[in-house]
Design a protein. Structure first.
Length: 117
């Protein structure tokens, strides 16, 4: 069972940037899908960014142009670069991987991002 460890969350002022990392205990080289969700207090978990094999990265409309998902296969790590952060981006961010179309989805433990002045 692959394990995911997230890092990079924290407190940032509006307009600032953060980069989240999600390190996998297994190879992500040929992973079918990976990405990030977030959940704000009192709200449902929502997809932020995703990479699916053979497709271009996909982003929630609210983060398009501000967030970028990427991966480093050599480090078995995916990233979420978040720029121009807004208070409404405040949430717990969860990374996930789905190794194959038939695999279970594995989740990270979540990392808190707070955007506040």
């Amino acid at each position: 069972q692959v394990q995911l460890v997230e890092s990079g969350g924290g407190l940032v002022q509006p307009g600032g940037s953060l980069r989240l990392s999600c390190a996998s205990s297994g190879s992500i080289f040929d992973t079918y899908a990976m990405g990030w969700y977030r959940q704000a207090p009192g709200k449902e978990r929502e997809l932020v960014a995703a990479m699916t094999r053979g497709s271009r990265p996909d982003y929630a409309g609210s983060v398009k142009g501000r967030f970028t998902i990427s991966r480093d296969n050599a480090k078995n790590t995916q990233y979420l670069q978040m720029n121009s952060l807004r208070p409404e981006d405040t949430a717990v961010y969860f990374c996930y991987v789905k190794p194959t179309t038939l695999s279970r989805t594995t989740w990270g433990q979540g990392t808190q991002v707070t955007v506040s002045s």
